[in-house]
Design a protein around this ligand. Sequence first.
Ligand SMILES: CC(C)(COP(=O)(O)OP(=O)(O)OC[C@H]1O[C@@H](n2cnc3c(N)ncnc32)[C@H](O)[C@@H]1OP(=O)(O)O)[C@@H](O)C(=O)NCCC(=O)NCCS
Length: 315
Amino acid sequence: MPGSRITSLGHYQPARVLTNHDLEQLVETNDEWIKQRTGIANRRIAAEEETVADMAAEAAAKALASSGLEPSDIGLITVATCSNRDRCPSTAAQVAARLGIPNAVCFDLNNGCAGFCTALSTADHTLRAGAAKHALVIGAEKMSDLLDWTDRSTCILLGDGAGAAVLSATDDEAGIGPVVWGSDPSRGDAVRLMGDWQPRFAQEGQSVFRWATSELPAMAREACARAGLTPADLGGVVTHQANLRIIESLTRHLGLPDDVVIARDVVDAGNTSAASVPLALSKLVESRELPSGSPVLLFAFGGGLSWAGQVITAP
Ligand SMILES: CC(C)(COP(=O)(O)OP(=O)(O)OC[C@H]1O[C@@H](n2cnc3c(N)ncnc32)[C@H](O)[C@@H]1OP(=O)(O)O)[C@@H](O)C(=O)NCCC(=O)NCCS
């Protein structure tokens, strides 16, 4: 069995849009500063009662509906999240209950913002080993629960949402390339959600920015090389949507041709942590900006510091 491929995608964003101008009413900030430093114009904020599992199930239901599979075909569900409140049953088990998926192994995976790319390769490896035939891999976050809404350095950055992929074992060409992943625990304090029951997001913004702009290009090139490609062969690049300046810097360093589609979903979604990559990917596939069959580099980084990425074939 050569591997697995993404056969369908789905995404969900809460209805409430929080603009930079709305934030001007909450903290001492302004639209110009936020756009200039981060690229963000809007983010979505979940309703009080809306949970990570609600958003994960919405995204997963769409991905499952367009896969042509039955709920009973799914053998594995994993939800990448660092903002779920329930420890047990896992968010994945709650998704199984809502979608009527009877017999899947269900587990959540927390690798901060690198969670979805980590979960994607974990599921790919499981399918390669023959332990399941079809998997639901989801990234879902309610980061708005974890923000200090009086801290202008963090509350402007994050948002809520979910993205999901159906992954199926394949007898022909593999659609998930070899993963590049790892962590640097000496930088463990750089992005934090630590402490009490409802911790607050904190980070050393400039140090993460410097790390990302200096380290990501080589990692992205390695993910391409392991897939037998150069960056110029890519059809698209979907990286963690933390800051538009980091995305543009990576694009410049990779010397990508103008026709490579670059995800810039951070502008309208903010940083949705583990949801950012599947959310942006699902939107680009739905709008047909990313043609089916094109090679797409996924790469994410975050708390740990940790990173994970791979080249996938667009469904
Ligand atoms: C967070 C980030 C946008 C901050 O931008 P920055 O250019 O580093 O800004 P700084 O934190 O140095 O702050 C510069 C000034 O703006 C001020 N400032 C901070 N937030 C502000 C806001 N929302 N509005 C207006 N001013 C603000 C600061 O107080 C500081 O003022 P001072 O110079 O008078 O002290 C940027 O560092 C970043 O995106 N880093 C990477 C984060 C990342 O990728 N994290 C991954 C998480 S998974």
